[in-house]
Design a protein around this ligand. Sequence first.
Ligand SMILES: Nc1nc2c(c(=O)[nH]1)N[C@H]1C(S)=C(S)[C@@H](COP(=O)(O)OP(=O)(O)OC[C@H]3O[C@@H](n4cnc5c(=O)[nH]c(N)nc54)[C@H](O)[C@@H]3O)O[C@H]1N2
Ligand SMILES: Nc1nc2c(c(=O)[nH]1)N[C@H]1C(S)=C(S)[C@@H](COP(=O)(O)OP(=O)(O)OC[C@H]3O[C@@H](n4cnc5c(=O)[nH]c(N)nc54)[C@H](O)[C@@H]3O)O[C@H]1N2
Ligand SMILES: [Mo]
Length: 761
Amino acid sequence: MTDETRADAPVEHVAGGWGSLAGMSALYRREHPSGALATLRRQNKARGFMCTSCAWGKPVHPHAFEFCENGAKSTIWELTTDRCTPSFFDAHTLTELRTWQDYDLEMAGRLTEPMRYDPSSDRYVACGWDEAFAGIGDILRSLRPPESVFYASGKASLEASYLYGLMARVYGNNNLPDSSNMCHETTSVGLKSVIGSPVGTCVLEDFEHCDAIFYFGQNPGTNSPRFLHPLQDAVKRGCRIVTFNPVREAGLLHFVNPQNPMQMLTGKATELSHMYLQVKPGGDIAALMGICKHVFVRDAAARAAGNDGVVDRAFVEEHTSGLGEFEKAAGAASWAGIEEHSGLLREDLEAAADVYCAARNVIGVYGMGLTQHVHGSQSIAMLVNLLLLRGNIGRQGAGICPVRGHSNVQGQRTVGISEKPELVPLDRLATMFAFEPPRKKGRTTVEVCEGVRDGTVRAFVSLGGNFVRAIPERDAMEAAWRDLALTVYVGTRLNRSHLVHGKASYLLPCLVRSEVDRQAGVPQAVSIEDSFSHIHGSMGHAEPASPHLRSETAIVAGIAAATLPDHPKRPWLAWSGDYARIRTLIEETYPEMFRDYSARMFEKGGFYRGNPARERVWKTDDGKANFTTPTVRSALGVGAAPGRLHLITMRSNDQFNTTIYGFDDRLRGLRGSRAIVLMCEVDIAEQGLAAGDEVTLVGDAGDDVRREVSGLTVTPFDLPRGCLGGYYPEMNPLIPLWYHDEASKTPAAKGVPVRIRRTVV
Ligand SMILES: Nc1nc2c(c(=O)[nH]1)N[C@H]1C(S)=C(S)[C@@H](COP(=O)(O)OP(=O)(O)OC[C@H]3O[C@@H](n4cnc5c(=O)[nH]c(N)nc54)[C@H](O)[C@@H]3O)O[C@H]1N2
Ligand SMILES: Nc1nc2c(c(=O)[nH]1)N[C@H]1C(S)=C(S)[C@@H](COP(=O)(O)OP(=O)(O)OC[C@H]3O[C@@H](n4cnc5c(=O)[nH]c(N)nc54)[C@H](O)[C@@H]3O)O[C@H]1N2
Ligand SMILES: [Mo]
């Protein structure tokens, strides 16, 4: 099924092109941001600021405008001239604000002053920073350390994140979940167990040398648009992209480069995917098994004919373990089962295997389509199996490339925001800061939710993010949240979580990365790590949205100083007065990765912190890269049953996670509403429905808990049979809290079992 995309696809549905410019300018006109154009010119450039949208790599030689439609939207959103001041809160109780849409809350503009919840008036009221810090410190000190949680959402800098992790540990716990727990934790755990590295092995230049890309469940048109440039260049060189995705995503079909005047004028798009295979949700394990099965068949045939095999036996011998068992399993897997679970045809999978075998260098790319499944870690292990067969990990032009989400989510894990104590050099911290670090494992996101529900968590501190909107089983969780003793939200624009508060609650407004961050009058730089393990310095230049804002680093230091006993080895406020001092601490803690940190952070393209797996040093239990044999045939946690459908929750082109910029999804040709459920025509007819019907989705996980989302309009869409599409975060009440990746506890937001019920009018 070679892809038959058209060069004349409607402008609307082509990634890049004029549509992307229109997308930015509409938001620009609405937000009338201050100084945004000057700011955009500095985006992702050395000595400029690093985009707060996705974590895609920053090239050594940037484009004139090294940002994309969605990166620009994120900057414009931050630099809006709208303000959410204390008088806004005077005018609205929190009970009232909880009836508002997420979109309208964020539209109130940038938060300007620290606020404290006042139960008598049910409002947030202004309070000074000192009052906020003292209030937070009093409550945290009154609790037992295991009762508090310190969540981070993936944007805060390495400097702020390092202090945050240290604060939690000096306080006495490893309760440091991160948005990664809902995102690429499957990678951190799954990839670590099979190749010994919790992060991808590729660097940006690898895309200049690959011959094929196997592309699973990641949507670059919307979520990492700057990736479209290397993809386009690769295709022009003759590299073949084989895509696996239930949805025919425009960004993987064709691309008009907005930086290329000829392409813009002629509208001629580059066709990206050589094959586009609309795999069923969770069908990647079976699809990969089919491909591997055919690689083994070809290998045997080549060797029988006296030629070199297709499998790289020398690499396998030297570097891997477990091939024998895996080869047997692939041989035994039936094509009927593979076709049933993947929803794909044998001939297509064999053709994909032929592309794999013909390519010298192959990169495996993936995103949430693999990680957010109950057996997601097995999908990742299967992709590793495929790559290992021909030695495609640990050399130029090849490797595994998880595309990370938040702009510094990978970096936050690198510098210690982790609930897994074994990932942190605790002994070194003990010596450096003269304390006894807690050794007990902390809580993941799912375990935080369990703890809030059963009362063992009493305080929730949130460095950014919109936790209650992002988690599974949202309706039940919101109710539980209200029993907490303390909630603290560090944020930029008002969101739902801020309104779901504990008995005491503080809302602390912070600077954004594009704003100048002065400490004692001196502008400070921060740093972040991209998807390719490169560290970049970042300097904001825009004037802050309010004189009362503080940096995340200063806020963390303020909370720490007010909560923890004074100690000469832990001068929190002095550290936050000069971020270079924090970088020195990071370098001392992680000397191999952060050598000459301050000197190298502004190198063009960032500096590489290294990855042993890229050098074929496997930090696994047996010191080898592991072939593993899957224990399941589909990544779905709850399989097929009559009347049951599997919902994938999706991001539109007009949102960043829970921040909704607008109600269109240009790249999918959908407009005006997010209250929709996408279904294929055959399923619509089989369910006795018609396009435009209003329906309710009902959870069907078999645990008798009632989970529903109603008011959805049936919308025909090209999807595999049995697969529904709906938007994140609106669909989150349907995901059971226990429905998560078996190894990492990442919620399985891509294969949610549901039934559909027509609303009776
Ligand atoms: N503009 C913008 N950029 C963003 C974000 C945003 O919301 N907006 N979010 C950021 C964050 S935090 C993250 S983690 C990333 C997320 O970026 P992605 O990893 O792209 O995540 P999603 O958009 O959730 O889904 C990815 C794709 O998986 C496909 N899919 C669903 N189920 C399956 C399956 O079972 N198998 C396969 N093969 N594919 C499947 C979906 O159709 C979709 O195309 O983007 C980051 N960048
Ligand atoms: N159903 C379903 N659920 C999902 C997903 C899915 O695909 N499907 N994806 C999951 C994924 S991949 C992720 S990463 C999580 C995201 O979960 P979170 O990271 O918790 O959520 P965000 O929506 O990114 O957070 C947005 C808020 O962050 C604040 N903010 C923005 N910029 C800054 C800043 O610079 N500093 C600070 N302090 N605050 C800032 C603003 O107040 C804004 O309202 O959601 C997860 N939930
Ligand atoms: Mo994410």
